[in-house]
Write a protein that binds this ligand. Sequence first.
Ligand code: ADP
Length: 348
Amino acid sequence: MPDEHPENVSPDPRVVSGKRRSEDQEQGLRPQRLDDIIGQDRVIENLKILVGAAKKRKEPLDHILFYGPPGLGKTTLSHVMGKEMGVNVRPTAGPSIERAGDLAAILTHLREGDILFIDEIHRLGKAVEEILYPAMEDFVLDIVVGKGPAAKNVRLNLPKFTVVGATTRLALLTGALRSRFGAVYRLDLYDNESMVKIVTRAAPLLKTPIDEGGARMIGSRSRGTPRIALRLLKRVRDFAQERADGKITAEVADQALDLLGIDHLGLDDIDRRVLATIIDKFDGGPVGLETIAASITEEADTIEDVCEPYLLTLGFLDRTPRGRVAQRRAYEHMGRPFNNRLQQQSLL
Ligand code: ADP
């Protein structure tokens, strides 16, 4: 029986991976209402309109799709939408729904207005997707009852429910599934000020004293990702308790983050290995993602979902049809002379 998404708990040992891990217990950290959400202003404004209008019409929410890198709040927003609408949220994930029957079982247990949250929705199987289409569009479930010549098609009516889908890979979603969503929102990496606010809000919830410098130090080294900020905050808290007087200041945070191998921009060992590989082994690129992944024995998915969005935001990498290319800033950060012949000649 499919249930809470265990696949989402990654064995990835990186502190800055952004993927969900078992240590990411919420401890009341998850914002509960739209007004509690820090950052993502445009998306939040749109969601408020969606909720307000649905409530006035006394209708369930339209189906919603959130996409963007891991750890930016897609799951959180799905729960917040449940709270705002006063309905239950049934969480599941693409890889957990193996057979059409699994989805049918979930759908028949939903109540009017409920939210079905499907994380990693791009990983739904084809047979499962085909059950989902009529369910989303007409709130019906087509099932086959019996076997062999006696088999019959039966159509069941479902309560009007809402699918909230989340994906890190919009491009992997079939066009048919994508078109079933009335509202599609992209979550971007958070700006620095929002990150500082997120850390400042979380510290007292973790009973950890922090000053502004400490919050800034952690916020600015969390690559625009709340999940990473919260994870780093916990590790810095441990350091503050063991090696200082328990309070997180800029100095304490700086030392703790250095010890974790996270540099002043928030890059960790894997990011630096990606950059070093492109620059040193492949003369700055272009080089394909799979080749980079094989060179540093990392999963291509991790590089694409976690490293790249941030390296692109920093202007360290460029994606070209022929592969990834390291930019001048990446050379500077890595302390290498900028010598990409093709880029210098503007041939790319
Ligand atoms: P995703 O589903 O996109 O991987 P989550 O919703 O699980 O991300 O969020 C990761 C963590 O970050 C959670 O602990 C959540 O409480 C926190 N978080 C996400 N967005 C925000 C935000 N805007 N403000 C405060 N905390 C946030």
